[in-house]
Write a protein that binds this ligand. Sequence first.
Ligand SMILES: [Zn+2]
Ligand SMILES: [Zn+2]
Ligand SMILES: [Zn+2]
Ligand SMILES: [Zn+2]
Ligand SMILES: [Zn+2]
Length: 419
Amino acid sequence: MVERKLKARFFDESNFIQLFLRGYETQTIFFGKEYEFEETETTVLDVKTEIHERLRIPLDKFLLLYQNQVLDGENENKTLRQCGISDNSTIYMCLKLLGGARLSFYIILLNDEIKQVYIDSKLKVAELKTKIAQSKKVPELRRAKLTIEDIELDDNLTFEQLGIQDDSVIAYEEVTLFDVDGVSVSFAPDMISYDDSQEARAEMPCGHFISKDSMASYLISEAMDSKLSIHCPGVDMQNKKCGAEWDINLCKKIAMLTREENDKLEATMAKTLFYQQIDGRECPFCKTFYIRQKGSKNIRMNCPVCKSKGKSSEFCYLCLRKWQKKEGVGEGYCGHDQCSGSFKEVSILQVCGVINIQGVGQVPSIRACTVCFALIEHNQGCKHMTCKNKHEFCFICLNPWRGHNNSTCAVAPRQVLQQ
Ligand SMILES: [Zn+2]
Ligand SMILES: [Zn+2]
Ligand SMILES: [Zn+2]
Ligand SMILES: [Zn+2]
Ligand SMILES: [Zn+2]
C-alpha cells in the first residue's frame, strides 16, 4: 500500500477515482485513489481482483452489480467508463452460492494434479472414492484413502458429518501397510513376487515378507484351490518350503481386500468348508444347505423347507435326484439307474467298459465318488472329476484332487461297493 501511494505521487492523482463497495456484511468498503482505479483503463475484473485480495473471496465466488447492470461474464472485461462507473460511485458485490447442500473442495490426485470437485455434502467418503476410481483419471488403486492433513476420512461418514468446509484440500492416496495396526512393516523384498521396490511389506510371524497385493492374490488363489488354512509359501536358501500356518485374520488385514475380494474369499471358503469338510448337500429343489445327521445311513432325504410349502421334497442323498422307487429294488434303496444307492446297479462298477484318459488306458468308465459314492461316468475331459456333491477326485487313481500327485497317479482297480 505504501508503495502504491509513493508511485501515485508521480501521476496526476486526479485521474484516479475512488469507489464504495457494499453488499458485504453491513460495511461500506472504501477503495481510495491509492488503488489507482482509472475510468478508461481499469476493468471490472481489475476491481474484482482488488476485492478478492482484500476480502479473500475467490474470484469466481462473487459478482458485481452497478445500477441496472450485472457485471458478470463478458461484462468483466468492460472498463469502468463502459459501465458508467465514475468517481465516488457505489457498486455492490454479491456472493454466488451453489445452494442446496453442495460442497466445493480440492482434491490432490496421485499425479499431484489438483482438481476442484462439487459434491453433495450428504455423499459418503466411500462413494466419492468410487467416483474418483471410476473417473479413470487416476491409476487404479486396490485400496485408496482420502485424507485431510494426513488424517484418513472414515468411509462410512458423509462430508457433512465430517464437517468438511468449502475450499478444503483433500488428498487421494494409496493405503499402505503403515496404516495397519499391529503389523510390523519393512522394505525387504516380497517373498512371492521378489519385488524389491520401495514399498511397505508386512513381516509375517515366520519371518517372511509379503506386500499387500501379493497377499491378496495369494489368499484368493489358495481359497479357490479349496484351502481352508493359509500356509507360508516362502522358501529358504536350501529351497525348503516354510509352510508356517498364518492366521487368516492377520492375512486379511495385510491383504486389505476390497469389498468384492472379501466377498469372494468368504464365499469360496464357506463352500469349501461345506462341500469338502463337512460333506454338506444342497436340496436339489430349493437349494437349502444341510448335512445328514451324524450316524445316519439313510439315503432317502426329506427337505423340510420344500415339505412346508407342500412341494415335492424327497430326494436321494447320493444322486440328488427326486426320490424314486423301482420294482425289485429294496426299501431304502434309490430307484434311479446309475446311482450307488441303487442295490442292483452297483455291479456296474465291475462290468463297465474301459476308456483312455489323457493317454492312460484301461480306466473303468464308471467310478463312484470316493466321498459320497455317487456314480460318475467319464464322458469327456480330463481325470479331474467333480461329483454332483462337488467332491473332487482323480478319475484314474481315485485320490482326492486336493494334494493330487501326478507322479504317483496310477489306475486304481475297479471299486467294490457294499450295500
Ligand atoms: Zn514363512
Ligand atoms: Zn428343499
Ligand atoms: Zn440315487
Ligand atoms: Zn461325491
Ligand atoms: Zn490321479
